[in-house]
Design a protein around this ligand. Structure first.
Ligand code: GLN
Length: 487
């Protein structure tokens, strides 16, 4: 890559030192060297991107500057609809589906002059934590090709880490931006629920889904969020009030802030290197003038159970639309019912079927209150726990993931082990709060470790303020070496 960040690329573009076409060439060149081993993309739209880059260059030459993302090569998780470009959510059931419209985030990116390189791999319908549930083959981790990139937005994380894009969007329902960001050593951010439009995002669990950016730097993350968020009448849960300025306090330092270290997100199941990196960062923040306290949020221990009732329940309802009539795959049958049954049996992978079964069961008449109703009560209790914690502290911190990137195949036959991958991330989804993962170091095997900063709803300014300081203190170099020799 000519530039190592969105902000650097923007400076080079505006000084005339590079062009959008040259940035695109660099991204495509990286992809052509790395994709055979990495498989971050499901579709690369070289022609569409070329057209976008030429337009971006022509606009700049005419004095039209569309803002920080002008001319920047961007990758999109393949669950965001792109007009004229196949969008599959990594499912066979959507094979060949070409949306007739753009998701709102895509419209905003285009209006901001971004150049869309292609669509990245994910766990089918964003269900998973390793990108191994994709119907089109797994993505690998650019730091170690025998390991997973995390998931479900593993393709987006891997792409930014290697430089086949400078910015990628993912979706985070229960950690799917932050966890892969952590495992791939990049910055990944989930905004406050309702602030980034879900219009055109293929729904998984609508009360939890949020789109957010993967970037190499915290500043880029704040720039990208500013470009994609804002009220959208096409999303019925879109936030209509005032939005904070994510970049307002990036250079402010952290002196005087109060930080809570979450007791429940440590101990059993957490790798020693992850705990050490977290403790080390907390100690460094303290030296910078932060007041640190241990905060206990007891409901975090049952967040995962609540999530795995609520998310599948919503998924079972959202996925009912894939019936062989309206989209993508159709397997013929003698009757309409047979057509639908066969299409769904063939079109959905095993994890998706497991979720639909779980969700349908927990919503069924006799079990609704015992399972779904109970999970909703836990969700409310988590929100209360958070509110109590934020009476005492400005932000909460924890590891992003209990472990570094795990070996491909290690958790595929054990759904519960896979589900535990997101234990640090899920509470913020259930509460609708913003959270970010910033890379802070490597373990002894050279695998990245992420540090999570959570903030109250619309607390993005403070969240980014702390994240910027974490980034500065860590001095982490994003240099995945597994693909160095790839030609
Ligand atoms: N790993 C979680 C799941 O499988 C989260 C997925 C996500 O955030 N999209 O549901």
């Amino acid at each position: 890559m000519i530039a190592s960040s969105v902000s650097e690329a923007g400076r080079l573009l505006r000084s005339g030192a590079t062009s959008a076409e040259a940035l695109l060439d660099a991204a495509l060149d990286t992809a052509s060297r790395t994709e055979a081993q990495l498989h971050a993309f499901l579709t690369i739209d070289a022609d569409g991107a070329r057209e976008g880059a030429r337009q971006a260059d022509a606009d700049l030459a005419d004095g039209i500057d569309r803002g920080p993302l002008h001319g920047i090569p961007v990758a999109l998780k393949d669950n965001m609809c792109t007009r004229g470009v196949e969008t599959t959510a990594a499912s066979q059931i959507l094979a060949g589906y070409i949306p007739p419209y753009d998701a709102t985030v895509v419209t905003r990116l285009r209006a901001g002059g971004a150049v869309i390189v292609g669509k990245t791999n994910l766990d089918e319908f964003a269900m998973g934590s390793s990108t191994e549930n994709s119907a089109y083959g797994t993505t690998y981790n650019p730091w170690d090709l025998s390991r997973v990139p995390g998931g479900s937005s593993g393709g987006s994380a891997a792409s930014v880490a290697t430089g086949s894009s400078l910015l990628a969007l993912g979706s985070d329902t229960g950690g799917s931006i932050r966890q892969p960001a952590s495992l791939c050593g990049v910055v990944g951010m989930k905004p406050t629920y309702g602030t980034v439009s879900r219009y055109g995002l293929i729904a998984f669990a609508s009360s939890l889904d949020q789109i957010g950016p993967f970037t190499k730097t915290v500043e880029d993350s704040a720039l990208a969020l500013t470009a994609i968020w804002g009220y959208d009448p096409l999303d019925s849960t879109s936030y209509e009030g005032e939005y904070p300025n994510p970049a307002a306090r990036l250079d402010r330092g952290v002196d005087g802030l109060r930080i809570g270290v979450v007791t429940e997100l440590s101990g059993e199941g957490f790798e020693p290197a992850v705990e050490a990196a977290t403790a080390d960062m907390v100690a460094r923040l303290e030296k910078e003038g932060v007041e640190v306290m241990e905060v206990s949020l007891p409901t975090f221990d049952i967040a995962l159970s609540a999530y795995y009732l609520i998310a599948p329940a919503e998924a079972s309802s959202n996925l009912a639309r894939f019936d062989g009539i309206r989209y993508g795959l159709r397997v013929e049958g003698a009757t309409t019912e047979e057509l639908m049954t066969r299409t769904r049996a063939e079109g959905f992978g095993p994890e998706v079927i497991r979720r639909v079964l779980l969700g349908t069961y927990s919503l069924s008449a006799g079990y609704y209150d015992a399972f779904y109703g109970q999970a909703q009560r836990v969700r409310a209790a988590i929100q209360e726990d958070f509110a109590r914690a934020y009476d005492q502290v400005d932000v909460l911190v924890s590891p992003t993931s209990p472990t570094v990137a795990f070996a491909a195949g290690a958790r595929t036959s054990d759904p519960l082990a896979m589900y535990l991958s997101d234990i640090c991330n899920i509470p913020a989804n259930l509460a609708g709060h913003p959270a970010i993962s910033v890379p802070v170091g490597l373990d002894e095997a050279g695998l990245p470790i992420g540090f999570q900063v959570m903030a109250p709803p619309l607390g993005e300014e403070t969240m980014y303020q702390v994240a910027a300081e974490v980034e500065r203190l860590a001095g982490f170099e994003i240099s995945p070496r597994a693909l160095d020799g790839a030609a």
